[in-house]
Design a protein around this ligand. Structure first.
Ligand code: GDP
Length: 518
């Protein structure tokens, strides 16, 4: 392993912190990145023209900070899921006129899961409706208490529009970096992380890397994930050619044999021969690891790890229909433990199970299981979970959820099956029939719906009504069942507020008795 050489204390020097900006959509991540980028004097001095290479560096009081230019926690966690932690400090942006929103909480969960410290930038304070104190109290309620209220978290008021507070934010980042004592050894061969890649006509594979340790030099041979190469061209974010890239610095480089992936680790080695050989070995190792990792999320695997005492914490993500149920579930899960294993809730929130939840689950080691109460995965989340081997379990009774986790912890997991989902149905039309009620014009996406089935109305991934079918028709006729790919008319007992776009999930209850007999 080329990257496991110990550095001599005397060779270590401070390196710039690497920062990622995350937060809810429209809260100003891109504007903030643009504002910070345009604030740098270097651009003017060098006469350079800003190149969007995926990261850039600014200088403040003689110290440098590297910003990753793709905002958002998806990229951040996708990279982490591939084994690379590139970010040192996260900035969580919250718009002062909007407050904490679902993706704010997600972003915080992602930073916390990665154990990356974060600073809260309260943006848009130029707006007359801005209420930075509300943001503070909302976050304080989640345990993110501002320093000025006796907590540990730095909050900085900023405006990406006017530039107010930007200096303050940069200073706060540098202070945080100082406490972290980020050091690297520029004398050794480089270890870097790929943050973006593509193929360019005439250049071949191109990647933006950030050097985490050592110095990357022109003509260095390297291995990178499953590929290898030799550094041909290096340019910085002002388009200037570079001969070497120091720790903490980003650069766009060419010279890869094949396109690497974001999150791949690049390690410079002594020769092309070693690069090629090592790449072969890494390929095997990485493929092996991918294989072993992808199986770690099933309940059987988790259970095995629990029984063999290999698991200290069982990571879970909790999504539920209301804040009240989220709190109730969290409270009950916190009390569950067996001798050695405890439940680690890495994220919890109200609403449908999203692709982001799956990404977050995947980044956890071992992969987290996702527990939904009265909510369902979006179709994107369902597909991603299947692809990544992430376990999603949904419940309509809190007790069942808790009981399943309890049994899992005791190594006795036999998931309780209390119902069978018969069909997933899309509402495409709604007809109000006088004196009868709302008839939903439906399309059966999957399964077979039967006349006596129970039914749940699901809107935006959240179960909003649970009852029985009042009627099932094809054209004007009552029918016993309707299968996948067919249209039908459905009335839900006691419910007349069905809307176009709702999903109906029909199901049958399985009797306890039948379970033991069968
Ligand atoms: P992102 O989705 O988080 O990247 O958000 P954007 O940077 O695209 O910003 C969303 C909207 O908010 C845009 O219309 C911006 O012009 C606006 N905006 C961003 N920052 C500020 C700010 O500090 N003040 C005001 N008034 N508007 C802002």
């Amino acid at each position: 392993k080329y990257d496991s050489v110990e550095d001599d204390e005397n060779d270590l020097v401070e390196r710039p912190p690497i920062v990622t900006i995350m937060g809810h959509v429209d809260h100003g991540k891109t504007s903030l990145l643009d504002r910070i980028r345009n604030s740098r004097v270097a651009a003017k001095e060098a006469g350079g023209i800003t190149q969007h290479i995926g990261a850039y560096m600014v200088e403040k009081d003689g110290k440098k900070i590297t910003f990753i230019d793709t905002p958002g926690h998806e990229a951040f966690t996708e990279m982490r899921a591939r084994g690379a932690q590139v970010t040192d400090i996260a900035i969580i942006v919250v718009a002062a006129d909007d407050g904490v929103m679902p993706q704010t909480k997600e972003a915080i969960a992602h930073a916390q899961a990665a154990e990356v410290p974060f600073i809260v930038a309260v943006n848009k304070i130029d707006k007359p409706q801005a209420n930075p104190d509300l943001v503070k109290s909302q976050l304080a309620e989640m345990g993110i208490t501002p320093v000025e209220w006796g907590g540990e978290y730095e909050f900085v008021n900023v405006s990406a529009k006017t530039g107010e507070g930007i200096d303050d934010l940069l200073e706060t980042i540098l202070l945080q970096a100082e406490m972290m004592e980020l050091k690297a050894n520029p004398k050794r061969k480089a270890k870097a992380v790929v943050i973006e890649s593509r193929v360019e006509k005439g250049k071949g594979p191109v990647a933006t890397i950030i050097v985490k340790n050592g110095t990357l030099k022109k003509a260095d041979s390297f291995v990178c994930g499953k590929t290898y190469g030799r550094v041909r061209l290096m340019i910085d974010d002002l388009g200037k050619p570079k001969k070497e890239v120091l720790p903490g610095e980003p650069a766009e480089i060419t010279g890869f044999d094949e396109v690497p992936m974001a999150g791949d680790v690049l390690v410079a080695v002594e020769s092309d021969k070693i690069a090629k050989e090592t790449a072969e070995k890494w390929k095997e190792f990485l493929e092996e690891r991918e294989k072993s990792k992808s199986t770690k999320a099933t309940l059987e695997d988790l259970q095995k790890m629990i029984l063999e005492g290999e698991l200290k914490k069982l990571p879970v993500i909790v999504k539920a229909d209301t804040q009240g149920s989220v709190e109730a579930i969290k409270g009950s899960l916190a009390k569950l433990k067996n001798e050695e294993v405890k439940v680690d809730i890495i994220h919890s929130d109200v609403g449908a199970i999203t692709e982001n939840d799956v990404i977050l689950a995947k980044a956890s080691e071992p992969h987290a299981i996702i527990l939904g109460f009265n909510v369902r995965p979006t179709s994107g989340a369902k597909n991603k979970a299947k692809q990544e081997g992430i376990e999603i379990r949904t419940y309509s009774i809190i007790y069942d959820l808790i009981d399943d986790v309890k049994e899992l912890l005791s190594g006795l997991m036999t998931p309780k099956v209390t119902e069978e989902v018969t069909a997933t149905i899309e509402v495409r039309d709604v007809f109000m029939v006088p004196k009868v009620g709302a008839v939903a014009g439906c399309y059966v996406q999957d399964g077979v719906v039967h006349r006596g089935d129970f039914v749940r109305v699901i809107r935006d991934g959240v179960v909003i009504y649970d009852s029985k079918l009042a009627s099932l028709k094809r054209f004007k006729d009552d029918v016993k069942e309707v299968g996948k790919g067919f249209e039908c008319g459905i009335m839900v007992e006691g419910y007349n507020d069905v809307k176009v776009g709702d999903i109906l999930e029909t199901y049958r209850k399985i009797e306890e008795k039948a379970k033991f007999e069968g």
